[in-house]
Design a protein around this ligand. Structure first.
Ligand code: MLT
Length: 329
Protein backbone atom coordinates (compact mmCIF):
# COMPACT_ATOMS: atom_id res chain seq x y z
CA UNK A 1 0.00 0.00 0.00
CA UNK A 2 1.40 3.40 -0.95
CA UNK A 3 1.54 6.26 1.50
CA UNK A 4 -1.16 8.16 -0.48
CA UNK A 5 -3.51 5.14 -0.39
CA UNK A 6 -2.96 4.83 3.36
CA UNK A 7 -3.79 8.54 3.87
CA UNK A 8 -6.90 8.22 1.69
CA UNK A 9 -8.05 5.20 3.68
CA UNK A 10 -7.52 7.04 6.97
CA UNK A 11 -9.48 10.08 5.73
CA UNK A 12 -12.33 7.83 4.53
CA UNK A 13 -12.63 6.01 7.86
CA UNK A 14 -12.69 9.33 9.79
CA UNK A 15 -15.41 10.59 7.47
CA UNK A 16 -17.35 7.35 8.10
CA UNK A 17 -17.17 8.11 11.82
CA UNK A 18 -18.65 11.52 11.10
CA UNK A 19 -15.54 13.30 12.38
CA UNK A 20 -13.86 16.19 10.65
CA UNK A 21 -10.26 15.15 9.81
CA UNK A 22 -8.79 17.85 11.99
CA UNK A 23 -10.89 16.88 15.05
CA UNK A 24 -10.10 13.19 14.62
CA UNK A 25 -6.41 13.94 14.44
CA UNK A 26 -6.64 16.13 17.56
CA UNK A 27 -8.65 13.66 19.64
CA UNK A 28 -6.02 10.92 19.44
CA UNK A 29 -3.51 13.25 21.08
CA UNK A 30 -5.94 15.28 23.17
CA UNK A 31 -5.06 17.33 25.14
CA UNK A 32 -1.87 18.87 23.82
CA UNK A 33 -2.25 22.21 25.60
CA UNK A 34 -3.96 23.68 28.71
CA UNK A 35 -7.74 23.40 29.09
CA UNK A 36 -9.84 26.28 30.44
CA UNK A 37 -12.50 25.29 32.97
CA UNK A 38 -15.06 28.11 33.19
CA UNK A 39 -16.75 28.56 36.56
CA UNK A 40 -19.71 30.94 36.29
CA UNK A 41 -19.51 32.30 39.85
CA UNK A 42 -16.97 34.23 41.95
CA UNK A 43 -13.65 32.80 43.09
CA UNK A 44 -13.69 31.46 46.64
CA UNK A 45 -17.39 30.51 46.56
CA UNK A 46 -18.97 27.02 46.61
CA UNK A 47 -18.90 26.33 42.84
CA UNK A 48 -15.33 27.57 42.66
CA UNK A 49 -14.25 25.30 45.51
CA UNK A 50 -15.71 22.20 43.80
CA UNK A 51 -14.38 23.28 40.38
CA UNK A 52 -10.83 23.93 41.56
CA UNK A 53 -10.61 20.55 43.28
CA UNK A 54 -11.82 18.91 40.11
CA UNK A 55 -9.57 20.95 37.82
CA UNK A 56 -6.52 20.05 39.87
CA UNK A 57 -7.31 16.33 39.76
CA UNK A 58 -8.17 16.37 36.04
CA UNK A 59 -4.85 18.11 35.33
CA UNK A 60 -3.06 15.16 36.93
CA UNK A 61 -4.99 12.70 34.77
CA UNK A 62 -4.83 14.62 31.49
CA UNK A 63 -1.16 15.60 31.80
CA UNK A 64 -2.05 19.21 30.93
CA UNK A 65 -3.07 22.08 33.20
CA UNK A 66 -6.81 22.58 33.61
CA UNK A 67 -6.95 26.30 34.34
CA UNK A 68 -9.93 27.80 36.16
CA UNK A 69 -11.49 30.97 34.74
CA UNK A 70 -14.23 32.66 36.78
CA UNK A 71 -16.55 34.22 34.19
CA UNK A 72 -19.15 35.70 36.51
CA UNK A 73 -22.40 37.66 36.30
CA UNK A 74 -26.06 37.39 35.34
CA UNK A 75 -26.75 34.41 37.63
CA UNK A 76 -24.20 32.14 35.96
CA UNK A 77 -25.43 32.74 32.40
CA UNK A 78 -22.37 34.72 31.26
CA UNK A 79 -20.03 31.84 32.07
CA UNK A 80 -22.36 29.35 30.42
CA UNK A 81 -22.57 31.57 27.33
CA UNK A 82 -18.76 31.77 27.21
CA UNK A 83 -18.61 27.97 26.88
CA UNK A 84 -21.67 27.47 24.64
CA UNK A 85 -20.11 29.86 22.12
CA UNK A 86 -16.50 28.61 22.47
CA UNK A 87 -14.75 26.48 19.83
CA UNK A 88 -15.99 22.92 20.32
CA UNK A 89 -12.53 21.41 20.63
CA UNK A 90 -12.50 20.30 24.29
CA UNK A 91 -10.19 23.12 25.38
CA UNK A 92 -13.00 25.15 26.98
CA UNK A 93 -15.28 23.34 29.43
CA UNK A 94 -17.87 24.42 31.98
CA UNK A 95 -18.44 23.39 35.57
CA UNK A 96 -21.97 24.50 36.41
CA UNK A 97 -24.66 23.53 38.89
CA UNK A 98 -28.44 23.35 39.38
CA UNK A 99 -28.60 26.62 37.43
CA UNK A 100 -28.47 24.48 34.26
CA UNK A 101 -31.82 23.04 35.36
CA UNK A 102 -33.56 26.35 36.09
CA UNK A 103 -32.05 28.80 33.58
CA UNK A 104 -33.79 27.24 30.52
CA UNK A 105 -37.15 28.22 32.07
CA UNK A 106 -36.16 31.32 34.04
CA UNK A 107 -34.46 33.09 31.17
CA UNK A 108 -36.75 33.61 28.21
CA UNK A 109 -34.08 35.57 26.30
CA UNK A 110 -30.47 34.42 26.17
CA UNK A 111 -27.63 34.89 23.68
CA UNK A 112 -26.95 31.13 23.73
CA UNK A 113 -28.96 27.91 23.77
CA UNK A 114 -29.09 26.82 27.46
CA UNK A 115 -29.86 23.19 26.56
CA UNK A 116 -28.66 22.41 23.05
CA UNK A 117 -25.54 24.53 23.39
CA UNK A 118 -23.76 21.85 25.43
CA UNK A 119 -22.53 18.27 25.54
CA UNK A 120 -23.00 16.93 29.09
CA UNK A 121 -19.87 15.07 30.24
CA UNK A 122 -20.91 13.77 33.65
CA UNK A 123 -22.33 14.69 37.04
CA UNK A 124 -19.84 15.67 39.74
CA UNK A 125 -21.40 16.01 43.18
CA UNK A 126 -24.46 17.10 45.17
CA UNK A 127 -24.30 19.69 47.92
CA UNK A 128 -27.02 20.50 50.48
CA UNK A 129 -28.02 24.10 51.20
CA UNK A 130 -28.50 25.92 54.49
CA UNK A 131 -30.48 29.02 55.42
CA UNK A 132 -28.06 31.27 57.33
CA UNK A 133 -28.21 34.83 58.66
CA UNK A 134 -25.95 37.42 60.23
CA UNK A 135 -25.19 36.17 63.71
CA UNK A 136 -27.09 38.91 65.59
CA UNK A 137 -30.46 38.43 63.87
CA UNK A 138 -33.19 38.53 66.58
CA UNK A 139 -34.53 34.98 65.97
CA UNK A 140 -33.61 31.58 67.33
CA UNK A 141 -35.55 29.18 65.12
CA UNK A 142 -37.12 29.19 61.65
CA UNK A 143 -40.58 30.22 62.90
CA UNK A 144 -39.10 33.24 64.67
CA UNK A 145 -36.98 34.08 61.63
CA UNK A 146 -39.99 33.97 59.30
CA UNK A 147 -42.03 36.25 61.58
CA UNK A 148 -39.07 38.64 61.82
CA UNK A 149 -38.84 38.68 58.00
CA UNK A 150 -42.57 39.44 57.77
CA UNK A 151 -42.33 42.23 60.34
CA UNK A 152 -39.45 43.88 58.48
CA UNK A 153 -40.92 43.82 54.95
CA UNK A 154 -38.44 45.27 52.44
CA UNK A 155 -36.16 46.43 55.26
CA UNK A 156 -35.08 42.78 55.44
CA UNK A 157 -32.14 42.05 53.09
CA UNK A 158 -31.47 38.82 51.29
CA UNK A 159 -28.21 38.25 49.40
CA UNK A 160 -27.92 35.97 46.38
CA UNK A 161 -25.80 35.25 43.32
CA UNK A 162 -28.31 36.54 40.76
CA UNK A 163 -31.36 34.99 39.08
CA UNK A 164 -30.39 31.50 37.97
CA UNK A 165 -28.20 30.80 40.99
CA UNK A 166 -29.11 28.32 43.71
CA UNK A 167 -29.07 31.02 46.39
CA UNK A 168 -31.58 33.08 44.37
CA UNK A 169 -33.80 30.03 43.76
CA UNK A 170 -33.77 29.09 47.44
CA UNK A 171 -34.30 32.72 48.54
CA UNK A 172 -37.24 33.17 46.14
CA UNK A 173 -38.90 29.92 47.23
CA UNK A 174 -38.48 30.86 50.89
CA UNK A 175 -39.89 34.37 50.36
CA UNK A 176 -42.79 33.08 48.24
CA UNK A 177 -43.62 30.38 50.79
CA UNK A 178 -44.22 33.01 53.47
CA UNK A 179 -45.48 35.77 51.18
CA UNK A 180 -42.77 38.39 51.80
CA UNK A 181 -40.76 40.60 49.43
CA UNK A 182 -37.40 41.29 51.05
CA UNK A 183 -34.83 43.53 49.36
CA UNK A 184 -32.65 41.27 47.24
CA UNK A 185 -28.97 42.19 46.90
CA UNK A 186 -27.32 40.27 44.02
CA UNK A 187 -23.60 39.44 44.01
CA UNK A 188 -21.40 37.66 41.46
CA UNK A 189 -21.34 34.62 43.68
CA UNK A 190 -22.09 33.68 47.26
CA UNK A 191 -18.37 34.01 48.14
CA UNK A 192 -18.67 37.83 48.21
CA UNK A 193 -22.26 37.61 49.53
CA UNK A 194 -21.03 35.62 52.55
CA UNK A 195 -18.56 38.42 53.41
CA UNK A 196 -21.54 40.77 53.82
CA UNK A 197 -23.35 38.30 56.09
CA UNK A 198 -20.18 37.86 58.17
CA UNK A 199 -19.82 41.64 58.36
CA UNK A 200 -23.45 41.95 59.55
CA UNK A 201 -24.40 44.17 56.60
CA UNK A 202 -26.87 41.73 55.02
CA UNK A 203 -29.52 39.68 56.84
CA UNK A 204 -29.95 36.32 55.08
CA UNK A 205 -28.29 34.01 52.55
CA UNK A 206 -29.27 30.53 51.37
CA UNK A 207 -25.95 28.88 50.64
CA UNK A 208 -24.23 25.55 50.17
CA UNK A 209 -22.56 23.64 52.97
CA UNK A 210 -19.29 23.73 50.99
CA UNK A 211 -19.13 27.36 52.12
CA UNK A 212 -21.33 27.60 55.21
CA UNK A 213 -20.06 24.64 57.27
CA UNK A 214 -17.02 26.40 58.77
CA UNK A 215 -19.01 29.57 59.56
CA UNK A 216 -21.83 27.55 61.15
CA UNK A 217 -19.34 25.60 63.28
CA UNK A 218 -17.48 28.73 64.39
CA UNK A 219 -20.72 30.56 65.21
CA UNK A 220 -19.94 33.35 62.70
CA UNK A 221 -23.44 32.93 61.21
CA UNK A 222 -26.77 31.66 62.57
CA UNK A 223 -28.23 28.63 60.83
CA UNK A 224 -31.98 27.91 60.77
CA UNK A 225 -32.65 24.95 58.48
CA UNK A 226 -31.59 22.95 55.45
CA UNK A 227 -34.03 22.87 52.52
CA UNK A 228 -33.33 19.14 52.01
CA UNK A 229 -35.47 16.03 52.35
CA UNK A 230 -33.19 14.68 55.08
CA UNK A 231 -30.77 16.18 57.59
CA UNK A 232 -27.15 16.73 56.55
CA UNK A 233 -24.80 13.95 57.71
CA UNK A 234 -22.02 16.36 58.71
CA UNK A 235 -24.36 18.88 60.39
CA UNK A 236 -27.05 16.63 61.93
CA UNK A 237 -28.20 19.24 64.45
CA UNK A 238 -29.76 21.41 61.70
CA UNK A 239 -33.46 20.63 61.08
CA UNK A 240 -34.86 20.31 57.57
CA UNK A 241 -37.18 23.15 56.53
CA UNK A 242 -40.12 20.69 56.80
CA UNK A 243 -39.12 19.74 60.36
CA UNK A 244 -38.73 23.42 61.21
CA UNK A 245 -42.28 24.18 60.04
CA UNK A 246 -41.95 24.97 56.32
CA UNK A 247 -42.84 21.86 54.29
CA UNK A 248 -42.81 21.57 50.49
CA UNK A 249 -39.61 23.50 50.02
CA UNK A 250 -36.49 21.64 48.85
CA UNK A 251 -33.36 22.72 46.97
CA UNK A 252 -30.21 20.58 46.69
CA UNK A 253 -27.38 21.75 44.45
CA UNK A 254 -25.98 19.34 41.85
CA UNK A 255 -22.94 19.95 39.68
CA UNK A 256 -22.12 18.81 36.17
CA UNK A 257 -19.32 19.20 33.63
CA UNK A 258 -20.04 20.34 30.04
CA UNK A 259 -18.31 20.89 26.71
CA UNK A 260 -19.68 23.07 23.90
CA UNK A 261 -22.13 21.35 21.54
CA UNK A 262 -20.32 19.73 18.65
CA UNK A 263 -17.21 18.74 20.60
CA UNK A 264 -16.08 15.49 18.93
CA UNK A 265 -17.24 12.34 20.73
CA UNK A 266 -13.71 10.95 21.37
CA UNK A 267 -12.73 14.22 23.06
CA UNK A 268 -15.91 14.22 25.20
CA UNK A 269 -15.17 10.59 26.11
CA UNK A 270 -11.63 11.49 27.17
CA UNK A 271 -12.94 14.34 29.35
CA UNK A 272 -15.52 12.04 30.95
CA UNK A 273 -12.81 9.45 31.60
CA UNK A 274 -10.74 12.14 33.28
CA UNK A 275 -13.71 13.29 35.38
CA UNK A 276 -14.21 9.69 36.54
CA UNK A 277 -10.52 9.32 37.36
CA UNK A 278 -10.65 12.55 39.39
CA UNK A 279 -13.70 11.40 41.37
CA UNK A 280 -11.99 8.08 42.20
CA UNK A 281 -8.89 9.73 43.65
CA UNK A 282 -8.71 9.16 47.42
CA UNK A 283 -7.41 12.69 48.03
CA UNK A 284 -10.35 14.17 46.06
CA UNK A 285 -12.83 12.05 48.02
CA UNK A 286 -11.16 13.16 51.25
CA UNK A 287 -11.18 16.85 50.31
CA UNK A 288 -14.80 16.67 49.11
CA UNK A 289 -15.71 15.06 52.41
CA UNK A 290 -13.91 17.84 54.33
CA UNK A 291 -16.24 20.37 52.66
CA UNK A 292 -19.30 18.24 53.42
CA UNK A 293 -19.91 16.53 50.08
CA UNK A 294 -19.32 13.23 48.27
CA UNK A 295 -18.43 12.66 44.60
CA UNK A 296 -21.13 10.95 42.53
CA UNK A 297 -20.73 7.28 41.58
CA UNK A 298 -18.73 6.34 38.47
CA UNK A 299 -22.05 5.48 36.75
CA UNK A 300 -23.36 8.98 37.38
CA UNK A 301 -20.15 10.58 36.13
CA UNK A 302 -21.15 9.71 32.56
CA UNK A 303 -22.71 11.70 29.74
CA UNK A 304 -25.83 9.49 29.66
CA UNK A 305 -26.59 9.74 33.38
CA UNK A 306 -25.87 13.47 33.31
CA UNK A 307 -28.22 14.06 30.36
CA UNK A 308 -31.00 12.05 32.04
CA UNK A 309 -30.63 13.89 35.34
CA UNK A 310 -30.36 17.32 33.70
CA UNK A 311 -33.44 16.73 31.50
CA UNK A 312 -35.46 15.58 34.53
CA UNK A 313 -34.29 18.61 36.54
CA UNK A 314 -35.42 21.05 33.83
CA UNK A 315 -38.84 19.31 33.83
CA UNK A 316 -38.97 19.37 37.64
CA UNK A 317 -38.32 23.13 37.96
CA UNK A 318 -40.39 24.33 34.98
CA UNK A 319 -43.81 24.23 36.73
CA UNK A 320 -42.34 25.63 39.94
CA UNK A 321 -40.82 28.62 38.14
CA UNK A 322 -43.96 29.14 36.07
CA UNK A 323 -46.11 29.06 39.22
CA UNK A 324 -43.93 31.58 41.08
CA UNK A 325 -43.29 33.74 37.99
CA UNK A 326 -39.59 33.96 38.93
CA UNK A 327 -38.41 35.00 35.47
CA UNK A 328 -35.22 36.89 34.77
CA UNK A 329 -36.89 39.37 32.39
C1 MLT B 1 -21.39 30.30 44.00
O1 MLT B 1 -20.50 29.52 43.68
O2 MLT B 1 -21.17 31.49 44.21
C2 MLT B 1 -22.78 29.78 44.22
O3 MLT B 1 -22.86 28.44 43.85
C3 MLT B 1 -23.78 30.61 43.51
C4 MLT B 1 -25.18 30.14 43.80
O4 MLT B 1 -25.68 29.28 43.09
O5 MLT B 1 -25.79 30.64 44.73
Amino acid sequence: MTQITRRLLAATSLAALGLPRQAGAQSSAFPTRPITMVIPFAAGGPTDVVGRLLAEAMSRDLGQPVVVENTTGAGGTLGAQRVATARPDGYTILLHHIGMGVIPTMYRRLAYDPVNGFEPLGLVTEVPMTVVTRKDIPANNLTELLSYMKSQGDRFNLADAGIGSSSALCGALLSNAIGVKPTVIPFRGTGPAMQEILGGRVDLLCDQTTQTTEHIRSGAVKVFATPSRTRIGTLPEIPTTAEAGLPGFEVTVWHGLYAPKGTPAPICARLTQSLQAALREPRVIERFSAIGTTPVSQDDATAEAHRRFWTADIAKWKPVIEATGSYAD
